[in-house]
Ligand binder design. Structure first.
Ligand SMILES: [Zn+2]
Length: 154
């Protein structure tokens, strides 16, 4: 691969981006396992990118800065999972939600509450835990060290 092959679509240099970068999913979960919830924030339009990514999905800018995020937010949307992957059948039904953090970023994840007990706008806090054996059995090889993030009602 020549250096010319490493240019982004807009001609930007992508050589500084690898799996250790917090602008990638592995980098995001590495930081999360250290207790740091990081988002990319677009320096051009202000969009909060969660998980972080090297380019803004709203305006296409590659001028993205990493910013720590609050672990508190509100339920933006939620649903119940009745038919999970077979390895997680014993967990069903369980609740998943998109949570809007106090920064405006939105992050999907499990919600530690019964579906019937949840409402839009409920305040929640992000926690992390080790994956269960069932969750590990569904993980790809590079995901096994990633923490599981769960929203807990406040
Ligand atoms: Zn943007």
């Amino acid at each position: 691969m020549s250096d010319d092959d490493r240019a982004g679509c807009d001609g930007s240099d992508t050589r500084d981006l690898d799996a250790d970068s917090p602008l990638t999913l592995p980098g995001f979960f590495d930081a999360l396992s250290d207790g740091d919830l990081l988002a990319g924030v677009c320096e051009d339009c202000g969009q909060v990118l969660l998980p972080p990514r090297p380019a803004c999905f709203a305006c296409g800018s590659r001028d993205v800065a990493l910013r720590p995020q609050p672990c508190e937010g509100e339920v933006y949307s939620y649903t119940a999972v009745h038919t999970p992957p077979p390895a997680l059948a014993d967990d069903a039904p369980y609740t998943v939600a998109v949570v809007e953090l106090a920064s405006g970023g939105r992050l999907p994840g499990r919600l530690d509450a019964d579906y019937e007990d949840v409402d839009i706008g409920d305040p929640v806090t992000l926690r992390t835990r080790e994956p269960t054996q069932a969750e590990l059995s569904t993980a790809l090889s590079y995901e096994t060290d990633w923490p599981i993030h769960v929203f807990v009602p406040r």
